[in-house]
Design a protein around this ligand. Structure first.
Ligand code: URA
Length: 476
């Protein structure tokens, strides 16, 4: 067996990898004989001549789906690991990528997760600063960001979709992206000094963050996990954090002392309206506004936000958080949520890779003795929360949104439609995603025992259909 050297472009060279793999695997060249090098790194062995790309390899979806994210990982072994996976799949292990316990698959899955997390952080934590005028007098903005992986090309279209109307540049130590209102261009690495310091736009964010900071909920570990310190220097609002945290102990004691006479202070409606008028730049910023806003119906413990990765293929919209969701601060964790999790599993949908949210973000209930009894939100309440839901789904950008029950249909379409009529594939006005309507899992819980089995089977069948609609074949 001779030694082979494949040279790829620096960074995430998906095209180069595809061309090489379509040659290596059909030619029977095993992974252990191949050295992958990037950019102008020196090679010890003669290099393979570039070849015409062969036809795409027919890979199962799960295996093909691992390739693009893993190629973005910074690990120099990534191409060799992917070669090993494709090699084994081509030699008969067709379901390899689904075997989570296989050490190679486990490693690739961790790499994909790390890249997904990095993309989420870049979308959430990147901040633009004013940088003068662009072409034709358009406003120009610049941002500095240090991604962990090679994600710039993947992350940039999100920003041109969010900020189409001003010119911007994103500078990173590996490369830069530039938007002029029409096209995205990629260029050489930038330097942090090329991005201006804080501006007035940012000062507004800092004030807003200080006014919404709740000292009683200071949980530094959670704050760090959500917003790692590494990114703080990009983010104007974090300039306020150190002082706020130092002050938290004192402010909490004061809050407790004042509690009997003063209800929890919410951000004034005017401040919220001003924030909303600025259009939140990320899901994080949107969530900060939801967290700070008062529930329409008093009593709820906290806002329950959506959960799941940005860019999830499929999103589920329920009605509103229930008792357990309100206490735990997470969607679909109570009885209806557990039934939903089971049905998702049976339909082959990985809950962790889907996005789950609700039409209404606060729990509406009636207190009866010690029990809090769920109350259906009215049409006006649903309308009030539509603003969040629309923006939230725009940030997540799923391919398909599943409405669970009539309240979700009302929130997504603005129309009251009986589920029996709307059930199945649907279109929600001019939305960029496809729609699907099915029943709410709590409807199944309310059915008499003898009717539940069949209704549950129908629900699982709906979820399977929805998953098939959300899936798109991908070739390696
Ligand atoms: N029902 C919903 O609609 N959403 C939840 O999060 C829980 C129950």
């Amino acid at each position: 067996m001779g030694a082979h050297t494949i040279r790829l472009e620096p960074g995430a060279d998906l095209d180069g990898f595809r061309t090489a793999i379509r040659h290596l695997v059909p030619a029977g060249i095993p992974p252990e004989t191949v050295t992958w090098i990037e950019g102008d790194a020196a090679s010890l062995f003669p290099e393979e001549e570039p070849t015409e790309p062969g036809p795409p390899l027919a890979l199962p979806r799960a295996a093909a789906a691992l390739i693009p994210p893993v190629v973005m990982h910074r690990d120099p072994e990534r191409y060799g690991l992917l070669h090993r996976m494709v090699w084994r799949v081509a030699r008969g292990e067709r379901h390899l990528a689904e075997v989570a316990s296989d050490p190679l698959v486990h490693r690739l899955a961790m790499m994909r997760k790390s890249v997904a997390r990095d993309l989420h952080k870049m979308h959430a934590f990147l901040r633009f600063r004013r940088a003068g005028e662009g072409a034709g007098g358009r406003e120009r903005f610049a941002a500095w960001f240090e991604p962990e992986h090679h994600i710039l090309a993947e992350a940039a279209p999100f920003f041109s979709a969010r900020f189409p109307s001003f010119d911007w540049s994103i500078l990173t130590p590996d490369g830069s992206a530039h938007w002029d209102g029409r096209a995205l261009r990629f260029g050489p690495p930038g330097r942090r000094e090329d991005v201006p310091e804080q501006d007035a736009f940012e000062a507004g964010w800092t004030d807003y963050y200080s006014s919404t900071f709740n000292p009683a909920r200071t949980n530094l570990a959670a704050m760090r996990a959500e917003m790692p310190k590494k990114y703080w220097h990009n983010m104007p609002e974090t300039a306020a954090i150190a002082g706020l945290v130092r002050e938290a102990g004192r402010r909490t004691s004061e809050m407790i002392a004042r509690a009997p006479e003063a209800p929890v202070k919410r951000v004034p409606a005017r401040a919220l309206a001003a924030m909303a008028a600025q259009e939140p730049a990320s899901l994080e910023a949107l969530n900060a506004i939801i967290r700070a806003s008062a529930p329409l119906v008093p009593g709820a413990t906290q806002a329950v936000l959506g959960e799941g990765p940005l860019g999830a293929d499929i999103a589920f919209v329920g009605e509103q958080p229930g008792d357990q969701e309100d206490l735990q601060g997470r969607p679909f964790v109570g009885p209806a949520g557990q039934l939903l999790s089971r049905a998702l599993r049976e339909a082959g949908i990985d809950r962790d890779r889907a996005y789950l949210t609700n039409a209404v973000k606060h729990f509406k209930f009636e207190q009866r003795g010690k029990r809090r009894i769920h109350q259906k939100p009215g049409a006006g309440e649903v309308a009030h929360y539509r603003w969040w839901l629309e923006r939230e789904l725009a940030f997540v950008a799923p391919r398909l949104v599943v409405a669970l029950g009539a309240t979700a249909v009302l929130a997504l379409s603005g129309r009251q439609v009986p589920i029996t009529r709307a059930r199945g594939p649907a279109t929600f006005d001019d939305k960029p995603y496809r729609g699907f309507v099915t029943v709410h899992p709590s409807y199944l819980l309310r059915l008499p025992d003898e009717a539940r089995g069949e209704a549950y089977a129908g629900f699982v069948a709906d979820l399977r259909r929805a998953a098939a609609l959300a899936a798109e074949p991908r070739a390696a």
